[in-house]
Structures are given as C-alpha cells and as structure tokens.
Design a protein around this ligand. Structure first.
Ligand code: KIV
Length: 290
C-alpha cells in the first residue's frame, strides 16, 4: 500500500474526490472513506465539541470530525472520559453537526452506553443519529464489542471502532499505557482489529500502539486505520483539537504535536481587554451609541 501525501493543491490536481483538499462540497460519507483507502490517500481527523470550532475545522477542510468523549477532559472539566453521559454527547454532537456542512460527524458512545450489549448499543446509537444527526458513531473495544458493531451496522449505522488503548478502561489499566507490546499482546491487537472489520466497522482507531504493529494492522485490513500515537503508517491520523492547537494546559502525551498556541493567544486577548476596561480605553467612541 502506498500512501500519497495530500495537500489541497496536489489533491485538487488529482481530482475532486480527495477527502482533504477535494473540491466536492457535499457531506463526506463512509463510502468516501472506503474509496480513500483504495486510493492509498491519507486523511486528517480532529475532535470538535461545539458548533463554532467545528465550523473552523470544516472550513479548513478536515473531512471527519469526532465528537469524542474526550470532551470529558477537554470541555466539561472531568478528570477522565468515564463520567460523560449520552445527554452530553448528544447535545454537543448536535452542535457540531449544525456547525458543519461537509465533514462526516462521528458521535462517540460514552462509557456505560453500550457495554450491556448490542440492544443497548443500538438504542443509544440510534439516539445519536436521530437527535444529533451524526453520520456515524464510535465505540471502544475489539472482539469484546463485535456483537454491538454487527447490530449497529445491520441497522444502517456506520461504526468507527477503537482498539489499542481504550480510555474508557482507564480504571482497569491504572493509567494510559502503550498497548500491543510483546508477541501475545500484538496478536490480540491484530485479532481485535480483524474482529471489528469482520463485524462491519468502516474504520478503526488505533490508539497508543507501537508504530510497527500499527503498520502491520494497516497493511492487513481493508478498512482504514486512524492512528493516535500509532506511527505514520496509519491511513489517517486523529488528534484531540485542544492538544493540536495548544489550548490544553499541562503535560501532553508524547504523540501530540502542537500547531498553534491558542491558550496563549486567548489569554493575551483576555488580558488586553481587561487592561482596556480598567484603564478606560474600552469602549472607545467608535464602540459607543449616542
Ligand atoms: O474521545 C476521543 O477524542 C477519542 C479520540 C482521541 C480517538 O477517542
């Protein structure tokens, strides 16, 4: 499999279909995602939790936006993804759908919304599709979640699977360790990836997996792999937007690359506003009505 590097210019020359940089303005579907794997095209994915930020990423051409349960840490002030509820994911997914025109919006099924079994998964995934308008859902787990994936796909709900490190199991892991290290763990990860593909997932997130193993999974599967801390050979890459844009405070995982310092810019704007107010420079004449 060759992975053609895509920039808006090069992909536009290549045609109108590229997920990133293509000229089509209709909403991306899971068929477009499958076609990108066939073309060997890499694509970017970001998280989003509100309409305004989602519209920025949509206008930037990000083809897939995940309303991740990472909203727990990044948006709602929880310590992990575990407390996030269906009500919270549904509300914020609807906002992201409203803020976008082109991106495929994927809603995350939070902890406790699908572990009881396939029927519970179907009930909650259906809610996300009907109430929020998402085009697909994501859930964690490989072999252990195959039944859930199968039923959702049969019901017409596209599923993005998630294997490797599954953050909803943070209490069982006792942290966020790299997964798939050692022969036995690597074989289990391969089985998990194949199980979600066989169950009908349209793509699979590989989180915190050694790059060589992620490359092997990517070569083995016919569905795209979406890496996060899983090396460069994955078909797609996802980052939590607050990490990517430098909004998150504190220590970041090693796999994160910051492309801006939004926290600094925003803090600077807030301080400049405060100083203007305190010093009487705001509002000025042009901001006032008479
Ligand atoms: O919830 C989330 O944002 C995720 C991605 C990091 C894959 O699961």
């Amino acid at each position: 499999m060759t992975h053609a590097l895509q920039s808006p210019d090069s992909s536009q020359k290549a045609g109108t279909k590229a997920l990133y940089g293509g000229t089509s303005s209709r909403r991306i579907t899971v068929r477009d995602i499958a076609a990108a794997k066939e073309r060997g095209e890499k694509w970017p994915m970001l998280t989003a939790y509100d309409a305004m930020t989602a519209s920025v990423f949509d206008e930037a051409g990000i083809p897939v936006l995940l309303v991740g349960d990472s909203m727990g840490n990044c948006h709602l002030g929880y310590e992990s993804t575990v407390p996030v509820t269906m009500d919270e994911i549904t509300l914020l997914s609807a906002a992201v759908v409203r803020g976008t025109k082109r991106a495929l919006v994927v809603g995350d099924l939070p902890f406790g919304s699908y572990q009881e079994g396939a029927v519970q998964a179907l009930r909650n995934a259906t809610r996300l599709v009907k109430e929020a308008g998402v085009g697909a859902v994501k859930l964690e787990g490989g072999e252990r979640s195959a039944h859930q994936i199968e039923l959702l796909v049969q019901a017409g709900i596209p599923v993005l699977a998630h294997v490797g490190l599954t953050p909803q199991s943070v209490n069982a892991y006792g942290g966020y360790p790299v997964q798939g290290r050692g022969e036995e763990a690597a074989q289990q990860l391969l089985r998990d990836a194949k199980a979600v593909q066989d169950a009908g997932a349209f793509a699979v997130v590989l989180e915190l997996v050694p790059a060589e193993l992620a490359a092997e999974v990517t070569r083995t599967l016919h569905i795209p792999t979406v890496g996060i801390g899983a090396g460069v050979e994955c078909d797609a890459q996802v980052l939590v937007w607050t990490d990517m844009a430098g909004m998150t405070s504190g220590r970041l995982p090693r796999f994160v690359k910051q492309y801006a310092q939004v926290r600094e810019v925003l803090g600077g704007a807030a301080k400049a506003f405060a100083e203007d107010v305190v010093g009487g420079a705001y509002p000025a004449e042009e901001h006032s009505f008479h």
